[in-house]
Design a protein around this ligand. Structure first.
Ligand code: CA2
Length: 146
């Protein structure tokens, strides 16, 4: 079965526990379960990860180069700071989707300038926790266009 890596960056382990008005009440564990269920009928296996460490995200992308057909990534704060993440994503040849739960463009300017947008295939922003399932549908279309 083809694999999709879903990578989550810093503080996303706190989803559902803090700031529900911005990030909703769904936990990351619930999102993981929904992603697995959504991907299965499409014929994809999900490798779902979260880390608070930039280098670990980079290493997951290196691993994805060997194992994954596509990457969905919510790098959280590293979106706006990490050249290392940008460089790593550039080395992945398959489809890459940048995802943000909140509408970052409706927030403070700190959250406007993604460093990784230039290297991704598509971007999903502001659909809440549902964005992960939408990203899987979109990834299915990138990988097997109708
Ligand atoms: O909306 C998103 O998905 C973000 O990637 C979330 C990041 C933020 O830096 C991005 O700009 C947009 C922050 C994630 C922090 O996660 C928390 C989860 C629950 C409570 C507090 C923080």
């Amino acid at each position: 079965m083809k694999k999709i890596f879903i990578l989550n960056g810093s503080n996303l382990n706190l989803l559902g526990q803090r700031e529900p008005e911005i990030y909703g009440r769904t936990t990351l564990a619930e999102i993981r379960e929904r992603c697995i269920a959504r991907a299965k009928p499409l014929g994809y296996e999900i490798d779902f990860r979260q880390t608070n460490f930039e280098g670990e995200l980079v290493e997951s992308i290196h691993q994805a180069r060997q194992e994954a057909a596509g990457i969905i990534v919510n790098p959280a704060a590293y979106t706006f700071t990490s050249i290392a993440l940008l460089d790593a994503l550039k080395t992945f040849d398959g489809p890459k989707i940048e995802l943000h739960i909140s509408n970052v463009h409706a927030r403070e300017s700190t959250y406007h300038n993604s460093l990784i947008s230039r290297t991704v295939t598509g971007i999903l922003i502001g659909f809440g926790a549902n964005g992960y399932e939408l990203a899987i549908d979109a990834m299915g279309r990138f990988l097997a266009p109708a």
